[in-house]
Ligand binder design. Structure first.
Ligand code: NAD
Ligand code: ZN
Length: 377
């Protein structure tokens, strides 16, 4: 007797935003349901799939087959992989392609890829014809736990990351965890930094669970779906309370001010991936908080120990090619977050799972802290 191989029931997470509410569908083998789910939401819609060349090689055929199952024909727009595609030039190509393909209001844009494709396609969807609906099909761990949820879309400016964008919520997120099996280990690990971030910023029990179960997440066991769902639920709750980041949503930036400075210092290159920079940034946020007497040294050590255990960089000396000097670092930090009368806004911590927004961090204090860190190198 043959037993039909059937994907287990997916985990569903709601993002409750009134008329802009949507569902996140998480599970191994959820991609084939994409077309029928889209057709149920927007009967008769055409689609345009935006993807990058690497993702297309692995998963485009399966995505097109899934759309065909829902009776949906799709145009495909393929962009080069990497952060450099979050540019005005590539945005222009994507917008012109959508218009040329006669994607109208009522049709759907599908972002098939990591955070780069999600941010780019989401922004194109926000602006073409003053707003098209779109669907996120995240293919990196980072995108499945973070960037595909919450409606932040953007491209980069020569002045910095994500400076041109819009809040534009997707109408559906389909996260097929099997797609992560083709992701290079280093990219998976970088995405894991954002996963650990959810524990470190607001969920101590989840952080403890990660400490015990992270190997199963990497191995692709059911722990992976569970952990992605915890992160999506955590993010969905925060976004539902503070969609436009006037308060609590800023907690999701834990580690990002230091991290973005290091990422920019490395030229947004393969030298330091976003998640790797965030891991370093979170360690720095914990250590800076410890230095200010806000958090116990033991908690800072515990955060670092876990990130190091999974193989993420936790010491500045681990940045290949080195880090910028103190003046350049402080300039980059000032660019990322506005300095108001010598005060910076940072996400600091009082413990594992207890992050808070500090609006009055003195730039001089940050400088002294980083200067000491650089002196250790
Ligand atoms: N909008 C948000 O809320 C938000 C949140 C966090 C990060 N971001 C943005 O996300 C971006 C980073 O996203 P990312 O880390 O996913 O990077 P990415 O999209 O560049 O993907 C990383 C690499 O993996 C490849 N790849 C993707 N899926 C694959 C798969 N399944 N198999 C094999 N290779 C695959 C890509 O081609 C790329 O080379 C940054 O630009 C960051 O600013 C946005
Ligand atoms: Zn991030």
């Amino acid at each position: 007797m043959t037993v039909a191989v059937r994907a287990p029931e997916p985990i569903l997470v709601d993002v409750a935003l009134g008329a802009r509410s949507y569902e996140i569908v998480i599970g191994r083998g959820t991609l084939p349901s994409l077309g029928t789910r889209m057709a149920a939401l927007r009967p008769g819609a055409k689609a345009a799939v935006i993807t990058d060349a690497t993702v297309a090689g692995h998963h485009l055929a399966a995505a097109e087959a899934a759309l065909a199952l829902g009776g949906i024909g799709a145009t495909v727009v393929t962009v080069p992989p990497g952060e450099s595609s979050k540019s005005f030039a590539v945005l222009e190509q994507v917008c012109e392609s959508l218009i040329a393909a006669r994607i109208e209001r009522g049709d759907l844009v599908v972002a098939l890829g990591g955070g780069v494709v999600g941010d780019l396609a989401g922004f194109a969807a926000a602006v073409v014809r003053r707003g098209l609906d779109y669907v996120q099909v995240p293919t990196t761990l980072l995108a499945q736990v973070d960037s595909s949820v919450g409606g932040k879309t953007a491209i980069d400016s020569k002045h910095g990351k994500n400076l041109v964008g819009a809040f534009h919520q997707p109408i559906l997120v389909v996260a097929d965890t099997a797609l992560l099996d083709t992701l290079p280990k280093r990219e998976f690990r970088a995405g894991y930094a954002e996963m650990a971030k959810f524990g470190l910023l607001g969920d101590a029990a989840f952080f403890s669970w990660l400490e015990a179960n992270w190997q199963d997440i990497f191995a692709g066991a059911a722990a992976r779906e569970h952990a992605i769902a915890v992160c999506c639920r955590g993010k969905a709750d925060i976004v539902a309370r503070d969609e436009r980041e006037t308060g609590e949503r800023a907690l999701l930036n834990l580690g990002h001010t230091f991290g973005h400075a290091l990422e920019a210092g490395a030229g947004f290159s393969g030298r330091l991936l976003h998640g790797e920079a965030v891991a370093l940034g979170m360690v720095l946020a914990f250590e800076f908080s410890a230095r200010k007497g806000l958090v116990a040294d033991a908690d800072a050590a515990r955060a670092r120990a876990h990130l190091a255990a999974v193989g993420l960089p936790t010491h500045l000396k681990q940045v290949p090619g080195g880090v910028p000097g103190i003046d350049a670092l402080m300039d980059l930090i000032a660019q990322d977050k506005k300095v108001k009368r010598g005060k910076l806004t940072f996400i600091l911590v009082r413990g594992i799972g207890q992050a808070f927004v500090a609006n009055d961090v003195s730039a001089a204090e940050v400088r002294a802290f980083l200067a000491d860190k650089l002196a250790e190198l």
